[in-house]
Ligand binder design. Sequence first.
Ligand code: FES
Ligand code: FES
Length: 210
Amino acid sequence: MSNNRASFTPSRRKFLMTTASSAAGPVIARAFTGEARAQSAPRNQREPVGVRLEVNGHVQDLSLDVRTTLLDALREHLGLTGSKKGCDQGQCGACTVLVDGRRVLGCLTLAASVDGRSITTIEGLTSPGQELHPMQQAFVDQDAFQCGYCTSGQIMSAIGCVHEGHAENDADIREYMSGNLCRCAAYPNIVAAIKQAKAATQSRLASKET
Ligand code: FES
Ligand code: FES
């Protein structure tokens, strides 16, 4: 009885050999198809990718390493150095720009991820010879900067803050501007500037200006 049973019970070795060969079959077959070759051919990660950005109203076609951040695309490839690199890790807000009117951190945004989108930087708020944007003027009027390193990020963030409807009172402004650090501690003046420019910024938004 025990001998018969043994003859119908596959050994562990036989079982593994059978399952391994049946699993490998389709893989080997696929390996000879063009599809498998195409899938297995690794994309050269160093090859540049084409990225089209509309920056301050001008279409820019760039060829970038896929890992390029929006901040580096603006500063290093387009020469727009108004957006500052403070921490380069999403902590300080100095790199804030607007993408389709909403504020983003340029250092944490891959340029390729905003392909085809509209970008506004501090340079795009006014053309040469034009008046300052109301938010820029308010920062001047309220003495809302000292060294100025954080200021372009503060102004772009302040415009985004107003656009989002988060500038209803001082506490609101402080909360929604808390991602923008100022080592010179101009915070009370920044709040005052945002309050000064709020109405004018809203009316520009209504007229489709930044
Ligand atoms: S440089 Fe982007 S958050 Fe500091
Ligand atoms: S004005 Fe100097 S860091 Fe803000």
